[in-house]
Ligand binder design. Structure first.
Ligand code: S3P
Length: 162
């Protein structure tokens, strides 16, 4: 069966929803950020600080290439994965893309205490969220299904995807 691939901005719930969805469908769950952290033996924040964003994106691309060849997975991607069109196309060939969304205010509430979001650590966090959201809005539209995670429980969100 085709993979289910969760895309969407930071803080839209890709990891939490993906884990629950995988359990419900009895599928393997893969979180690309966690895989890259395991592979490189560092947190995402450390990778950005020590190796740079370009290195992170190339690790992400390599991983996507591997995952796109597999089946029956639930995959939670990093919020910036969609910036690489080739990644998106590869994942779409063998997967159903599901975009999770939330308002900038809800995203801010969910991510503000988290130190592992290097792109939001400098300057005004709310401003950065709005700016990046605007830049990426179109890319997230590549999904076949879009689910707003702002006002629903995890169970309700999983229900909408299945
Ligand atoms: C990023 C999102 C993060 C992580 C990295 C870059 C982005 O993933 O991949 O910090 O560019 O939006 P989450 O969406 O899981 O936070």
């Amino acid at each position: 069966m085709k993979n289910i691939v969760l895309i969407g901005f930071m803080g839209t719930g890709k990891t939490v929803v993906g884990r629950r969805l995988a359990r419900r469908l009895k599928r393997e769950f893969i979180d690309t950020d966690a895989e890259i952290e395991k592979l490189m033996g560092k947190t995402v924040a450390q990778i950005f600080a020590r190796d740079g964003v370009v290195r992170f994106r190339s690790e992400e691309e390599l991983l996507v290439k591997k995952l796109a060849k597999r089946e029956d997975l639930v995959i939670a991607t990093g919020g910036g994965m969609v910036l690489n069109t080739e990644n998106l196309l590869l994942l779409k060939e063998n997967g159903i893309l599901v975009a999770l969304t939330a308002s900038p205010e809800i995203i801010y509430d969910r991510v503000r205490g988290n130190k592992n979001r290097p792109l939001l650590m400098h300057g005004d966090m709310m401003e950065k969220i709005r700016e990046l959201l605007q830049e990426r809005e179109n890319a997230y539209k590549a999904a076949e299904i879009t689910v707003d995670t702002g006002n629903s429980s995890i169970v309700e969100i999983v229900e909408q995807i299945t």
